[in-house]
Ligand binder design. Structure first.
Ligand SMILES: Cc1ncc(COP(=O)(O)O)c(C=O)c1O
Length: 389
C-alpha cells in the first residue's frame, strides 16, 4: 500500500480545485489578465495596513482571545448596525482565520457524520468540499438557468430535504452565478427551515456588492426573528481588499458561544491580534473604500457584460450581485478545455465552470473586480475569441 493511499479516505476524496488548476497552468506568463480568482487588483488600503503594522511593532504578538479581541467584536456590532440596521451585541461575533475557516467551523458545528447539508448549485467549490471533508454530505439543488437568469425553485429545495438534512447553505449574492435572493426567496427559505427544523448557514459575504436598487442585497437579517436557527459566515477579503490576510467572522446566537470558542481553540486558537487591529480599522474607517470598490466593480461589470452580450454569442444577464460574470458561450461545452485554450490564445485567465459543480460545466467565470481599463482590454480579447468560435 502506498503511503498516500493509507491517508484518510475523507482527505483523499477532496478534489483539486479546478480554478487553481488553470492558475497553475498559466502562472508567471507575461501579460496575463487574471480574472480567474475571486479577488481584485487593489492592495489593502494604507490605513488598514498601518493599524496592523503599528500593533505588530508595539508588540501585540501574544496569544489572544479565541473569539476575537473585544474591540473587533464591538466594531462588528457597529458595522451591522450601520449596514443592516440590526442591534447585535458583540457576543454574536466570532473572529476566524478567513471566511473559508468560518465555513469549515460552522459545518463542524452543525453536522455529524452522515448528516446532509443542502447547497444551491452551481456553487463555489470550497463550500461543497468543506461539507464533505467535515464529515457531512453535500446535497446540491440546481438553480435553473433561463434567458441568462438564475432562479431558485423553492419546491425543488423542499424536495431535497430528507430526514438526514441538518442545514441549508445559502450563498447570496452567489459565487459564481450572481444569483441574488429576493426578500421573498429568503422568507420562503426561512419558512422551510422552520417547518423542517433545519439550520440555515448563510454566506452573505457579497451582500454589499449589489447592483440593484438599495444599498445592499436582501439578507436573512431582514427576515429572521429571535430563535431562528441561522448562522452567518463572512470575511474581510472582498469588501476591504484583504484576501491575503485570511480574516473572517461568524455571526451566531450567543448561546452557541462556548462551542465556537472551542472549535476555534482546537483549530487555529485565534487570529493574530495585530491583524485584528487592522480589521478594526477596516470596519470603522473603511466605508468609503468599500463604496469605491463597489462602484469600480459595477463599472467593470458593465464594460465586460455589455461587450460580451453585444456579440450575441454569450448567454448571460448582468449579475445583480457579487463579483462574477458567469458566461455561457455558444460553441463551448467543455469549459476546462476552453479555459486552457482561452489562456493560451488571449492571455485572459478565466475559471472553468466545471469547477463549480452540477449545472456549471458549460460556463466560464470571470471576476470583474479590477481596473476598468484592464477589463476593457480583457473584454476585447474575449469578444475576438468568441466571435472566431
Ligand atoms: C461565496 C464565498 N464564501 C466565502 C469565501 C471565502 O473567502 P475568504 O476565505 O477569502 O475569506 C469566498 C471566497 O471566494 C466566497 O466566494
Amino acid at each position: 500500500m502506498s503511503i498516500v493511499s493509507s491517508l484518510s479516505p475523507r482527505a483523499l476524496s477532496a478534489p483539486e480545485s479546478g480554478i487553481v488548476e488553470i492558475m497553475n497552468y498559466a502562472r508567471g506568463r507575461e501579460g496575463i489578465l487574471p480574472l480567474w480568482a475571486g479577488e481584485g487588483d487593489l492592495p489593502s488600503p494604507a490605513f488598514i495596513n498601518q493599524a496592523a503594522s503599528q500593533a505588530l511593532i508595539a508588540g501585540e504578538t501574544f496569544y489572544t482571545w479565541q473569539r476575537g479581541i473585544p474591540e473587533l467584536r464591538q466594531a462588528l456590532s457597529r458595522y451591522y448596525a450601520r449596514h443592516f440596521a440590526v442591534d447585535l451585541s458583540p457576543e454574536h461575533f466570532y473572529v476566524t482565520g478567513s471566511g473559508m475557516q468560518a465555513i469549515a467551523l460552522s459545518v463542524q458545528a452543525l453536522t455529524a457524520p452522515g448528516d446532509e447539508m443542502i447547497f444551491l448549485t452551481p456553487a463555489w467549490p470550497n463550500i461543497i468540499s468543506a461539507i464533505d471533508i467535515g464529515g457531512g454530505r453535500a446535497v446540491g439543488v440546481p438553480l435553473s438557468f433561463t434567458g441568462g437568469k438564475w432562479v431558485l425553485d423553492i419546491d425543488h429545495l423542499e424536495k431535497a430535504i430528507t430526514p438526514r438534512t441538518k442545514a441549508m447553505f445559502i450563498n447570496t449574492p452567489s459565487n459564481p452565478t450572481g444569483w441574488t435572493a429576493t426578500r421573498q426567496d429568503l422568507t420562503a427559505i426561512l419558512a422551510l427551515a422552520r417547518k423542517h427544523d433545519l439550520w440555515i448557514l448563510a454566506d452573505e459575504i457579497y451582500a454589499l456588492y449589489y447592483y440593484g436598487t438599495g444599498a445592499r442585497a436582501a439578507s436573512f437579517l431582514d427576515v429572521k426573528e429571535e430563535g431562528d436557527k441561522v448562522i452567518f459566515v463572512n470575511s474581510f477579503s472582498k469588501n476591504w481588499s484583504m484576501t491575503g490576510w485570511r480574516v473572517g467572522w461568524i455571526v451566531a446566537p450567543p448561546e452557541t458561544g462556548q462551542v465556537f470558542e472551542n472549535l476555534i481553540q482546537y483549530s487555529t486558537s485565534g487570529v493574530a491580534q495585530f491583524m485584528q487591529k487592522g480589521a478594526v480599522a477596516a470596519l470603522d474607517g473603511g466605508d468609503d473604500f468599500v463604496r469605491e470598490n463597489i462602484a469600480r466593480a459595477k463599472r467593470s461589470r458593465d464594460i465586460l457584460c455589455d461587450a460580451l452580450i453585444a456579440t450575441n454569442r454569450v448567454e448571460t444577464l448582468k449579475p445583480e450581485g457579487a463579483l462574477y460574470a458567469f458566461l455561457k458561450i455558444d460553441g463551448i461545452t467543455d469549459s476546462r478545455q476552453a479555459a486552457l485554450d482561452i489562456v493560451d490564445k488571449t492571455g485572459v485567465g478565466l475559471a472553468p465552470g466545471t469547477a463549480f459543480g452540477v449545472g456549471g460545466s458549460e460556463f466560464l467565470r470571470a471576476c470583474f473586480l479590477r481596473d476598468p481599463g484592464q477589463i476593457e482590454d480583457a473584454a476585447q480579447r474575449l469578444c475576438d475569441y468568441v466571435l472566431k468560435l
